[in-house]
Design a protein. Sequence first.
Lengths: 228, 257
Amino acid sequence: MRLFGVPAFLLPGPSAIAGAFWESRDLLLRHTGPTAGEAVLGFLVAVIAGALSGLLINRSALAERSLYPWLVVSQTLPTVAIAPILVTWLGYGQVPKVLVVTLFCFFPVTVATVDGLRATDPDLVRLMRSFGAARWRIFFMVEAPGALPFVFGGVRLAVTYCVIGAVVGEWVGSSEGLGFLMIQDKAQFEIPRLFAEISLLSVMGVSLFLLVALLQRLAAPWTLVRDR
Amino acid sequence: MQGAPRADIRPKLAAHGVSVTKGSVRILDSVNLVVELGTFVALIGPSGAGKSTLLGLLAGLETPDEGMVEKDGVTLTCPGLVAYMPQSDLLLPWRSVVANVSLGLEATGAPRRAARKEALAALERFGLEEFAPVPPAALSGGMRSRVALLRTALLGRDTLLLDEPFGALDALTRRDLQGWLLGVRDELAATIVLVTHDVDEALLLADRVVVLSRRPARVALDLPVDLERPRTMEIETTDEFVRLKGRLLESLGVATP
């Protein structure tokens, strides 16, 4: 990087970033916790909200007509712009950040759930009916597990957004978290530490993604093998 | 006397003048079919004639626009009273073979542990216990059909409706499974309705062959098959077999030599 004559204070080298990390490790790790908490909590809420809204849209034509368009609209609004409103309404605590994360994450889960349930083989439902199975048993034994490969696709997409969501939430107004630190460091021109924070966020995002992938492997291994 | 109920034998399953219209297409046109207790009836007809539709009615999965279906003399209004096996095996990839076999039992509320135990016993009875823990993706086509057939049979219902269960299999595997089906039938003492497009299969397995006409389907021929049992493949060379086959092909509108 030195080759291109970029000054070190704008683009610090890896050693400088590592150095900044080591020097401020206590500070950084202390602020990692809240960010990770917001990201994970918001993500979990998003998965539940996404799955439930997807289920509702799949089950009810009324919900599909009334709810689905509004969910799409909610995604076209920049979440970055909604975040300040949420902070104004809900204060500087954890709740608005979790909500911002949820807004970032739920939509892929909704869409995946809708598509996954829609992809159920009608012959399979017929077979279950021929057994004399109750409606709820058909759902839990056939439709829900059949939708899981799709749902996991949406969840894997969603988990990559959750860290971004948490940082955006913190930028708007917070007193802790890596997003809060980033704002401070930018103002104080602590560029190497800023990069250390970005690296930490990236590690967090990748770890969460791998965790979801591991969960999928454990909970639904058939979604990863090619059938037929 | 085609399709007419006979007073001396109790009908297990009967369709009385059933008609089905989908959109503007009349699929079944007042079809009568009486299946006596313990008999094996094969249902053949041109493709698209409505064989599967009729089977769906007999299974209680659909209701006819006109006419009615009776099981044991009672009008059939809901599914779950007869065992039904669709064209494709529909094995669930997230369930092992034994769990697929027990699916029907679990779907009707049987406790999982008991259902699995029963499924395993059924697999053992047919020498398939080594496949019990594997996922269905690891099975061959013939094996998948066996598992699907066991899943149907395990329901223990006295009537089996099979919709071209061996349609997708190669000739040899098919032969194998036809023999297997007769074994299952003997074990269950079940009444069977088999939809097929294979005249040889119908004659080899059934006590009676019912031919449906082109759409809108009516019963074109109701042919008793008085060939001795047990039937082996050699029976296909006998004069009687050839004569019956000729009659079936004729009523199907296929030119005979």
